[in-house]
Ligand binder design. Structure first.
Ligand SMILES: Cc1cc2nc3c(=O)[nH]c(=O)nc-3n(C[C@H](O)[C@H](O)[C@H](O)COP(=O)(O)OP(=O)(O)OC[C@H]3O[C@@H](n4cnc5c(N)ncnc54)[C@H](O)[C@@H]3O)c2cc1C
Length: 247
């Protein structure tokens, strides 16, 4: 039986299934003794409660589990091997969050926005400061695109992409946020408007993305944790000192 509570579960209120990592062997070492369970959301004892986010949405949930019974065949992998399964799932999640094609689409929208917006009657496209910022973002967007191609070449050859794979989440999510930030700046004071209003530009989507993307720098593993992983696993730097465990 599962008893407990977890927070930040995206879209739990609309889902038919969820996966959850639960500690099934409390005496096993930290990364062992965790099992990866699939749960139907209509199982008795599961209660998902949405929370308000700073982007105005309520897609996050706090999920409560009270005496939830789970059939054995809903364990993914072996009992106690959940950490291993979760790392595989995370690899896909992190790759998706930093998708370079989505970054390229976003970059093209910013180019269109810059052509449209003006300062003192001049197109922002001719403004040296904005142009410089745009080119820096373009360079990063293109490097992510070519990095994505490198990962694809490795996948075709069934090779591990190594560093090329580890950087996607960190670089992709930060780039997306910087692009949203630039779009907000391009629109000046009107860029910070959202919801309904006569002066709203592009339906307030850029402001919404700016807020949402801050969350995506955290979700799926924070930027700081990604840097630790890149340093330790991809670059072979010394490991971060660990806190001593109480005896
Ligand atoms: C948009 C979004 C969607 C999410 N969706 C889900 C979901 O569907 N399911 C789910 O289970 N969870 C979800 N989460 C939760 C998410 O996985 C966690 O918020 C995230 O992993 C960070 O963990 P934490 O909140 O416990 O932060 P903490 O681990 O408490 O970190 C707090 C701060 O300390 C820093 N920090 C912590 N440890 C170190 C270290 N060793 N070195 C340097 N800095 C460190 C972190 O980078 C961070 O800035 C989501 C979160 C967001 C924002």
């Amino acid at each position: 039986m599962v008893n407990g509570q977890k927070i930040w579960t995206s879209n739990a209120q609309n889902s038919e299934w969820m996966f959850c990592l639960v500690r099934t062997e409390p005496d096993a070492p930290k990364h062992q003794g965790i099992s990866y369970l699939l749960l139907r959301m209509d199982t008795p004892g599961i209660d998902a409660r949405p929370m308000k986010q700073m982007n105005g949405d309520s897609s996050f949930n706090e999920v409560f589990f009270t005496d939830v019974r789970v059939p054995k065949n809903q364990i993914v992998g072996k009992r106690g091997d959940g950490w291993f399964v979760a790392n595989t799932t995370l690899k896909h999640e992190r790759g998706g969050l930093g998708d370079p094609n989505a970054a390229e689409t976003r970059f093209r929208s910013i180019v269109e926005l810059m052509k449209k917006e003006t300062v003192n009657g001049d197109s922002l496209m001719d403004h040296p400061t904005y142009r410089d910022r745009l080119l820096k973002l373009q360079a990063r967007m293109l490097s992510m695109k070519f990095n994505g191609m490198r990962i694809m070449s490795h996948a075709i050859r069934e090779e591990n992409p190594g560093l090329a794979g580890w950087i996607v989440k960190l670089q992709g999510c930060e780039l997306n946020h910087q692009m949203a930030s630039m779009a907000v700046d391009i629109m000046g004071e009107l860029g910070i408007l959202f919801e309904e209003g006569p002066y709203l530009r592009d339906g307030g989507i850029w402001q919404h993305m700016y807020m949402t993307d801050l969350g995506l720098i955290i979700g799926g593993g924070t930027a700081q944790i990604q840097k630790n992983i890149i340093g330790e696993r991809a670059l072979g730097l010394p490991k971060e000192p660990k806190q001593e465990q109480p005896a």
